[in-house]
Ligand binder design. Sequence first.
Ligand SMILES: Cc1cc2nc3c(=O)[nH]c(=O)nc-3n(C[C@H](O)[C@H](O)[C@H](O)COP(=O)(O)OP(=O)(O)OC[C@H]3O[C@@H](n4cnc5c(N)ncnc54)[C@H](O)[C@@H]3O)c2cc1C
Length: 474
Amino acid sequence: MKKRIVIIGAGASGLAAAIEAARTGADVIVLEHTGEIGKKLLMTGNGRCNYTNTDMSPAHFHSHSDRNGTFVQTVLSAFGWEDTVQFFRELGINPRIRHYEYDEGGYVYPASGEARAVLKAFLSEAAFLNVRFFCGCRVYSVAHMKDQDGRPLFQLDTNQGMVRADSVIMAAGGAAMPKTGSDGKSYLIPSAFGHLMWEFLPALCALRCVGSFFRELKGVRWECGLKLMIAGPEEGVSRDRKREHGESEADYFAFHQDGLLEESYESRGEVQFTDYGLSGIPAFQLSRYVSLAVKLRRERHILLDMLPDYSPEELRQELCRRRDKFSDRNAEILLNGLLPEKLGRVMMEKAGIRANLGVYFIPDPLLDKLAALLKGFRISVLDTNGFDSCQCSAGGIDTSEIDPETMESRLIPELFFAGELIDVDGDCGGYNLHWAFATGAIAGRSAGKVRRYRNYPERFETNSADYQDPEEEA
Ligand SMILES: Cc1cc2nc3c(=O)[nH]c(=O)nc-3n(C[C@H](O)[C@H](O)[C@H](O)COP(=O)(O)OP(=O)(O)OC[C@H]3O[C@@H](n4cnc5c(N)ncnc54)[C@H](O)[C@@H]3O)c2cc1C
């Protein structure tokens, strides 16, 4: 009899897992609780699907539990960007590599520039391999037991009845953009099996900041250097947290106190100013750290370098040169052509220089103040834009409990994990889809292997999941 593999979630990782598992000859069933397959995949890369990146350095991935990066490194060694490109070539999707300023790598898209094409390729291959999809099928819980021959067996309780499986691949996503189906509740199933979870936090999203001037700057796009500064923990706060959240949360706090939450994080690129704060890729890259700082109640602000190509001294000299050259004109000419007009106006105001003041009359201290503001304008950060609009979530299943060579649980045999559900999140640039495809493909291949369970340990025998979604119950 064929091995039956049931995959929970028909997103990026679930689809890759389904193809690879079916290629081993297994009977593959995919359960998806929304009415649509690959809903989020269609939205990726603004509908163009940036599916991997030619710079696959582990430094582009972040995790609470994989502190030395070996988990990520093992996965990337087994499934690098060339493997993702090859995987899609075999499905008929040729790559198109785009290079952007300030990024070492090349962003890989389908040649047609359509996420739709990627989904269609998946569905066509899945149909060819007889993968069966059940949409509108929500998995409530998973029970784990042995069959009469002593092999692992799973029973999934769904809104469409019980489903039996020899292996289960959990590819149910994180908590980013719940309207696409990943509602953040997926962690309850592995938790019920005793897996350690790191709380999901929003990553890759815009930042809400303090400042009425943002209304004036709405719509401005400008290349900046960003430095996120996070203040150290306050004694009182840390004690409160330990009391409030018990041991595991205290560990979590202690862990960050140990130095993993560094003092500053930098990014550079085109910032999009909105009426509430900062958006665009450089703001997105910092958002996971803002989420952590908010969670740990640490003060945070961003220093915005609006002219990153100038050193502070070069900028000062440039402003002095302009003051001399345009000495008989109004101050509004000082930043003309150096910065977008709206940004220049706000910076002049912040430096206390009136636009109708004669350039000649700007004293050195004011000019220095303006130069300092342009190189490090301090903005207080309130929070991220939250789960509803983020592209990814940080947190998930602790990596120490998953074998990175197979993606199998170290606690429950024949239970596999893939995608965003694992405690690894990537930068913007194709890293999260790469992670989903790489872990999905590895999980699918591993789950497809038929193994003998001679010394199947007793402690795995009963683990019936007991999660009941409170909303569903109501
Ligand atoms: C707007 C947007 C743009 C993005 N663009 C890019 C990009 O260009 N490049 C990139 O690398 N990354 C991008 N990302 C991130 C990337 O899409 C995700 O990291 C990736 O899709 C995660 O894949 P996944 O399979 O782990 O989860 P998901 O794609 O979220 O899939 C999980 C699936 O599981 C289903 N599910 C959940 N719980 C259950 C349950 N109990 N029963 C049954 N089914 C369940 C969900 O409905 C969902 O379909 C983007 C994200 C967004 C939101």
